[in-house]
Design a protein around this ligand. Structure first.
Ligand SMILES: C[S@@+](CC[C@H](N)C(=O)[O-])C[C@H]1O[C@@H](n2cnc3c(N)ncnc32)[C@H](O)[C@@H]1O
Length: 231
């Protein structure tokens, strides 16, 4: 689930991220729409170029974002109520810094927590920050057909495991949604996966498997599975 290569991937693709992140943008928008109160102090885990922040329509007292990619951090909107911490959200030093800034009304994360070193540990930490939670996490139904055809296992967490872990949060509602994105041909699909930030870092397909997919991938679309967790 967690590897160092994905950080390099995000550094490399920060500028083009906004063009390629079609599903991530939909997930962030839908995640915000599911929030039924107006939290004033928010912590955003894996804040990227600011997709969560940009979708918030109410006034905030404080918005703290964390992201380990310098290039992504630079592209996040700035403002007097915004603080972006450029660090690994799994690290102890980040968690210590955040404890000093707590409590938060809401800990939110869109399309980023699949990069957790330990989801269980991170969930425990987010619960300790005193507020509600709202997460959209890519799960292992993403690129399902590609994984089945190449007989590989996804690095993404599985829905049932996530549902189980979510029991730590009081009254958490867990649901999943499948998105489909159409492409003109199979080469474009593979290119998209490499630029999407959920392609699995360096876990790149070899030449033979790539050729096989280009020839035989049966659908006009790629599948994406996003699990939403809110309380
Ligand atoms: C797919 S993007 C999502 C960004 C944003 N939340 C959105 O909805 O567009 C994932 C982000 O998580 C960040 N990220 C991945 N692993 C991280 C880690 N261990 N610590 C901090 N940020 C991380 C990446 O740099 C990237 O900006």
């Amino acid at each position: 689930m967690y590897d160092k290569d994905h950080k390099i991937e995000f550094e490399k693709y920060a500028k083009s991220y906004d063009l390629h992140a079609i599903i991530q943008k939909k997930a962030a928008k839908e995640l915000i729409e599911k929030i039924k109160f107006t939290p004033k102090k928010i912590l955003d885990i894996g804040s990227g170029t600011g997709e969560v922040y940009k979708n918030i329509s109410w006034n905030l007292d404080k918005f703290v974002g964390v992201d380990c990619s310098n290039s992504m951090c630079k592209l996040h909107p700035s403002g007097k109520e915004i603080k972006i911490i450029c660090e690994d959200f799994n690290s102890l030093s980040f968690k210590k810094e955040i404890q000093h800034l707590s409590p938060f009304d809401l800990v939110i994360s869109s399309s980023s927590l699949q990069w957790s070193k330990s989801l269980g540990e991170n969930f425990k930490f987010y619960k300790s920050l005193g507020g509600k939670i709202a997460f959209a996490i890519f799960t292992d139904g993403t690129f399902k057909t590609i994984y089945e055809m190449t007989k590989r296992k996804s690095f993404l967490p599985d829905y049932r495991h996530l549902k189980n872990l979510s029991k730590i949060f009081d009254n958490a509602k867990v649901s999943k949604k499948i998105y489909k994105l159409d492409f003109k041909d199979n080469i474009s699909k593979l290119r998209y996966i490499n630029n999407s930030g959920i392609g699995g870092g360096n876990e790149i397909l070899n030449y033979k498997k790539t050729k096989y997919l280009i020839k035989y991938y049966p659908y006009s679309y790629l599948e994406f599975e996003v699990t939403f967790i809110l309380n």
